[in-house]
Structures are given as C-alpha cells and as structure tokens.
Design a protein around this ligand. Sequence first.
Ligand SMILES: Nc1ncnc2c1ncn2[C@@H]1O[C@H](COP(=O)(O)OP(=O)(O)OP(=O)(O)O)[C@@H](O)[C@H]1O
Length: 233
Amino acid sequence: MLANDSDRSGQLTAGAAALELRNVSVMYPDGHAPLHEVNLCLEPGEIVALLGASGSGKSTLLRAIAGLEPLAAGEIWMRGTRIDQQPVHQRSCGMVFQDGQLFPFRSVGRNIAYGLESQRLTAAERDARVTELLELVGLSGYADRSVQTLSGGQAQRIALARSLAPRPQVLLLDEPLSALDRDLREQLAGQLREVLQATNTTALFVTHDAEEASRVADRTLRIRNRQLAPVAE
Ligand SMILES: Nc1ncnc2c1ncn2[C@@H]1O[C@H](COP(=O)(O)OP(=O)(O)OP(=O)(O)O)[C@@H](O)[C@H]1O
C-alpha cells in the first residue's frame, strides 16, 4: 500500500505504510553522499533490521528519518503524511542509541516521563504510563532509582521504555545492544522483540550482527552501494 493514500485534509488513512522512503538521498556538506535514491516501506507493526559495513550509512539513514540530517533528494512519508519537511519534534519518531543517553540527573521514572511532558496528561496519568512502561521492560518498582545505579542492560531497557512512552509511530534503534556483553545481548534481543510486538511498534533496528538481526526483526535489509537490499534468510 502506498503512503500517499491520505485524504486532502491530511487525515491518516487505514492501510497506509507506517514509514515509506522514496528515492531518499543524503549528502554531507563535504560532498560525501552515503545514501543514494534509497527506497523503503515498513508496514504498521513491522520490525526491520538494518545491516551494513561500518561507514555504510546506517546511522545516517536513521538520522535522516528522524529529521536530524536534511535530505538532498526524495521524500519520507509516515501513515499517509509527508514528513520530510517537518522539524524533528513534529515527527513521531522515537530513538534509542547504543549508550542509552539517559539523563543522568533524572530518576528512572522521570527519564521515562520525559517525552510525556509536552503531552496534556495529568500527573496521575503520567505516573500510570511510567508504571506501565516499567512493567513492560521488566523493571517494575524502579521509578525512584537514580539512573546512575543501573547496569548496562537495565539502562538500555529504561532507554527503550523512555522512547516508547509517547507512543511513537516509528521507533529507530541504533545498535541499542552493542555495548552489552554477548550473553546479555542475546537475552535482551529476545526481550526487545517481545516488547516491540506487545506494543505493536513499527521499528527500524540497526545492528552489526546478522544473528541478532534475525532474532529481533521480521526481515533484514543491508546497505550496499548506497542503497538497501534484502538479506536472504
Ligand atoms: N557529519 C558528517 N559529515 C561528513 N561525513 C559524515 C558525517 N557523518 C557521517 N559521515 C560519513 O558518512 C558515512 C556513513 O556514516 P554512518 O555513521 O551513517 O555509518 P554507519 O553505517 O552507521 O557506520 P558504523 O557502523 O561504523 O556506525 C561514513 O563514511 C561517515 O564517515
């Protein structure tokens, strides 16, 4: 289903792709162009992994979708709305990074609540959402903990909870497990898939590890020659 089946008022249309890139190119100011006419379509709730050699443009692609890198050409659509001209804060994209990037001086609960502060929620509604998210990532009761007391795996689960709290239309994950040791990575890969499925989250997941990609995602793509190609099972 193409994403341009929105009606004239810009209303969302049932069946539109959760995320669609059409001929997207990115060029850095120095002339380096890691992405050239990239096409991608994610159905609602689909989890897609993205592999590629170091420097192939994986992070650049996520950053372009989030609005952190301008497009040299092409269009990005979410659920029938063109978003590539929208500023970062208006795009319904959550991001999770390799090192979590939690706010060190906020408690766990206030980290998770961060993306809810701009929403019109009562304090009770916000607390209830934080409790729900903590339960989802298996860390119930951690709301008042300092994030500086968390293990690496716990911190990544809180980063995931924080990114999911505002119910983003698309979640972008940039090697969220790669700073963890192998056993923990395998365990969290399974949990990550469970959490994304339980919340019916559409996700694009960057990893270096083909095995991890198949554990987390419904399908896997690879950046090669500045474009996306499917990876055979
Ligand atoms: N701000 C920038 N200005 C110029 N070139 C950049 C900039 N950011 C990234 N690049 C270049 O663009 C290419 C893609 O970088 P990117 O970080 O997207 O790769 P990656 O696939 O995520 O790599 P890795 O797996 O090592 O994290 C690289 O050659 C990189 O050097």
